[in-house]
Design a protein around this ligand. Sequence first.
Ligand code: KG4
Ligand code: ZN
Length: 342
Amino acid sequence: MKILAIDTSCDETSVAVTSGRKVLSNVIYSQILLHKKWGGVVPSIAKRAHEERIDFVVEKALGNKNFCSLQNIDAIAVTQGPGLAVALEVGIKKAKELAKKYQKKLISINHLEGHIYSAFVQNSQGNPKKEFKFPYLTLIVSGGHTEFVIFKNHLEYEVIGETLDDAAGESLDKAAKLLGLGYPGGPVIERLAKEVENADSHHFPRPMLKSKDLNFSFSGLKTSFYYFLRKGKTPLSGVKFLASSFQEAVFDTLIKKTEKAIKQTGINRLIIGGGVIANMRLRKLMRDLVKKYKGEVLFPSYKYLAGDNAAMIGVVAGFKADKGLFVEDINKLDRVPRFNIS
Ligand code: KG4
Ligand code: ZN
């Protein structure tokens, strides 16, 4: 079964062709350069850029006629939410249009399911061959989300903790902005931190560690960082240490909360998904953590699968198609900007 998948949830226009867990093609047209000068994603710019590029990205994903044409696609999948309403709309409109024109079934996907399944996405040769061993404790760490989900079985989830305000990636983005490092913040902070061997010279507060639940809150950390910076001018040489210390505060919080989640659930098999897990420092800390509990941790196998992409949406859609979970009335499909996973 071949699926054409579309994701326009935020600032990447992405279209993929998948077959089961295999990615036959995946195209990501990033809008980062358009949003960079504003220091974050501007909804009206995102909407227009998706509209301008979606046809081109669909065409690129299908490749030349020898590879694939819409006629021999079996179903179309699209991200329904969560995400930016005006951005989601563009993908959904295109998916509906193609489904009607080529008389294909439509599958709607929760973007967060995509991040969970991203650890199982394979290349076109079917590698890597990880098998599912349920249940998993999943942590999604992206620009919009920080949440713990128990992945009980295919398409069965239970949210057991989430951020009450900023997401982990968002806090890195905001810290980078305060340091004048541009957008997105995660990659540049990782690079600077590495240059000072992930020093924690400033030891900023670790939020929510005393609370018994599995929720996060990163806005207090951002505020204390802001007031610290206001106290005095930072010499250029100090920026790396500030970036590194901030990253350590965020990651230490993620690790300690994950440890709490392992203890509370008794699950020592982890999946980490979302843009922030592109970070090698966080991967190492997570590997060290699961070693302590004789468990394992799965990450997206290829770097592009950590951030937003349509391949992961197509792979989830494959499992939904197996169960016959198609959109019943195409005309009624609408975006759900705050879409919970359940
Ligand atoms: O999953 P994603 O591409 O989009 C959302 O669904 O939000 O995640 C984007 C987030 C941004 O906050 C970005 O700063 C962060 O992922 N990110 C990183 C790295 N690469 C991207 N954070 C830390 N280290 C990285 N290398
Ligand atoms: Zn995402």
